[in-house]
Design a protein around this ligand. Structure first.
Ligand code: ATP
Length: 637
């Protein structure tokens, strides 16, 4: 590559880097605003004061020594020493005060970032955007940063503000050099300090940007380590004899990560470190020579010695400017990552949706949702996760108000996706979902959320009290203890609250004091109670996705017995691979290839001899074989 070519590549790189620096500074200013002008202004002023303190101390001691060495004015020497002592006391006193103020700034900024993060996750981001791998990766990154709570955006802001002290100190030291040794040493020291600082911080800044790219590898390593050390997977790892596999995998993951880290550490810090150290030493030597010349050419005596001593100390302060500032650089470089990730998430979401769309209203008192009067219709609905592979493809389906519909179909037929479309979590790529004739898109999302109660097959087990776990579906009614107990009883958990140490207030996790864990089947019943609680408080559409998958035979039979009671008066949809759970529905629909292939009552579909009939026959035969002549409740198939 010719010199010309190098220059052509160099200038755009420098311009890009300058733009990044400006953006970074702009981000810090934006974040600092969230902490309040008074707090930030006051803290900045105190940092300036703390930067002046060591310079004042140096001057105070230097001038006092000049007076003492000259055997002259003891009073003047005392006053200068007093000034030095005052500066020392101020510096000592400022340290804890600045720590407190900085923590308050960080707390306010982090609170703002967290609110913004949660608003995005809970309100602004449609589900498909959140599920995008690039968004999910950034969300995890931000989440991890706030879990560790060390290098947060608040810490970055606090670090940026603390730079004021360092720059004040440099300016003061340069001024002392100019005063005591003239402009040349001052100029040399200032230029070298700024260049070395820029060079070293540049490498560090670059490292910070790269650090985010290491995150997936760090996550992978942490995952394997967690597999080995947590109780979560201990059962599997022991019974499957995977201990050797986990060890090998950890060695491979950790080795790969460290190789990467060291490659970049050598590249970023190795060469620049040598160059900037040589520059710093050469600069200090040149400034020292200039100071010596000035001292040599000046009048002999104690005043000159005092001035030279101050100049050398000031030069030492300038030289220290080239180091990485623990209180600023590390926080700024690593802390900004989470904020950048949040901005990127915003950009991606805006790019995907045009503008942030609110999927839910903020929790609070809400009017009751009106019942669905005519029903819900899927009209020619198409939906694809990947553009060329529709999961729902021309779906026409009517869910008549006040009736129950069962959806069956093989794994991956699109049943859960259909439920997500019904719940308004996804929007159809083509076609329409209509509620009482109105396009779901035109309904108030918050009102529809209150009108529909969904139990997903991967329902959430909240690490919260039994009360909250049930009331989560209509949280404004969490004090309705009678309602909570009634719904628990309807799903066969009538004794649960009484059996727990703190009744409804017992946390359902062993991670909290006094907490208890439930069995898989109990959790599933509880998830069902959660949806029924929503119905109690106004929801009129009930969707149950695999409601009996974790229930034992008796639980499943109970569900079958109670099906009519649970769904009475509601527009209900039940998805299940267990035919005993679906056959009481008013209408059974077979989903195949993303559309309805068969529909009708149980007897009708069996008589038709199609897919439903053959699936039913296979299951009935299996249950009959497993249950033996004594049958049991599964024989109700
Ligand atoms: N979030 C997602 N991103 C990408 N693809 C998805 C996503 N969710 C589901 N899919 C794919 O869409 C298809 C339909 O999935 P869906 O969960 O709707 O099927 P299902 O009929 O409910 O299956 P099952 O009976 O196993 O629960 C599957 O091929 C699945 O891999």
């Amino acid at each position: 590559m010719s010199d010309n070519g190098n220059a052509q590549r160099l200038w755009p790189a420098i311009a890009r880097r300058e733009r990044q620096r400006r953006e970074a500074a702009g981000q810090l200013v934006t974040l600092a605003r969230q902490a309040g002008a008074g707090l930030v202004g006051g803290t900045l002023a105190l940092h300036v004061l703390s930067g002046l303190a060591p310079v004042t101390f140096m001057v105070g001691v230097g001038v006092a020594l000049q007076h003492l060495a000259a055997g002259g004015d003891l009073g003047a020497a005392g006053r200068w020493l007093g000034l030095a002592l005052g500066a020392f006391v101020v510096q000592q006193g400022l340290a804890p005060l600045l720590l407190l103020l900085s923590k308050e700034i960080a707390r306010r900024v982090d609170r703002y970032c967290l609110t913004r993060f949660m608003t995005f996750a809970l309100l602004d981001a449609p589900l498909p955007v959140m599920e995008r791998p690039d968004v999910a990766d950034r969300l995890t990154y931000v989440d991890e940063i706030f879990e560790q709570w060390t290098f947060t955006p608040g810490a970055a802001t606090e670090g940026g503000i603390a730079l004021a002290g360092r720059y004040t100190q440099l300016a003061g030291a340069v001024a002392v050099l100019a005063w005591t040794a003239g402009w040349w040493p001052a100029l040399i020291a200032a230029v070298v300090a700024l260049v070395v600082r820029r060079g070293r911080s540049e490498a560090f800044f670059h490292w910070g940007r790269l650090n985010r790219e290491f995150t997936p590898y760090q996550r992978q390593t942490a995952y394997v380590r967690e597999l080995a050390t947590s109780t979560r997977a201990a059962k599997d790892i022991r019974t499957l004899g995977l201990i050797g596999w986990v060890e090998e995998r950890y060695a491979a993951e950790a080795g790969g990560l460290h190789e990467r880290l060291w490659y970049w550490r050598r590249r970023l810090y190795g060469g620049p470190f040598v160059i900037y150290t040589v520059l710093a030493v050469a600069g200090a030597a040149a400034a020292l020579v200039a100071i010596a010349r000035v001292a040599d050419g000046g009048p002999p005596g104690s005043a000159a010695v005092g001035a030279t001593a101050m100049a050398v100390q000031a030069l030492a302060l300038c030289a220290r400017f080239g180091i990485v500032f623990q209180e600023s650089d590390i926080k700024m470089v690593f802390g900004r990552g989470a904020w950048e990730a949040l901005l990127e998430i915003d950009d991606i979401a805006r790019g995907a949706t045009g503008e942030p769309s609110r999927t839910r209203a903020v929790a609070g008192p809400a009017p009751a949702a009106g019942p669905v009067r005519a029903g819900v219709r899927f009209e020619g609905v198409r939906f694809a996760y990947r553009p060329d592979r529709p999961v729902i493809d021309g779906l026409d389906l009517e869910l008549r108000a006040g009736t129950s519909t069962a959806i069956v179909g093989v794994n991956g037929a699109g049943k859960t996706t259909m439920v997500k479309l019904l719940a308004g979590l996804y929007r159809p790529d083509a076609g329409t979902v209509r509620v009482d004739g109105t396009d779901l898109r035109d309904l108030d999302p918050a009102a529809w959320t209150r009108a529909i109660a969904v139990t997903f097959q991967d329902f959430v087990r909240y690490e919260a009290s039994l009360r909250d776990n049930v009331a989560m579906s209509a949280i404004g009614h969490r004090n309705d203890s009678a309602g909570i107990l009634a719904e628990l009883a309807r799903v066969g958990l009538e004794d649960l609250a009484a059996s727990l140490p703190d009744g409804l207030e017992t946390p359902l996790t062993r991670a909290l004091p006094g907490g208890r864990e439930l069995s898989g089947g109990q959790w599933q019943r509880l998830a069902l109670a959660r949806s029924l609680f929503a119905v109690r408080h106004g929801a009129s559409v009930l969707v149950l996705d695999e409601p009996t998958s974790q229930l034992d035979a008796r639980g499943e039979a109970e569900f079958f017995d109670r099906f009519l009671d649970l769904t009475e008066g509601l527009t209900s949809v039940v998805i299940s691979h267990r035919f005993s759970s679906v056959r009481r529905a008013d209408r059974i629909v077979v989903l195949d290839g993303g559309r309805v292939s068969e529909a009708g009552g149980h007897d009708e579909l069996v008589a038709a001899g199609g897919t439903y009939a053959s699936m039913f026959a296979v299951q009935a035969r299996r249950f009959a074989t497993e249950a033996g002549p004594a049958g049991g409740k599964e024989m109700q198939l």
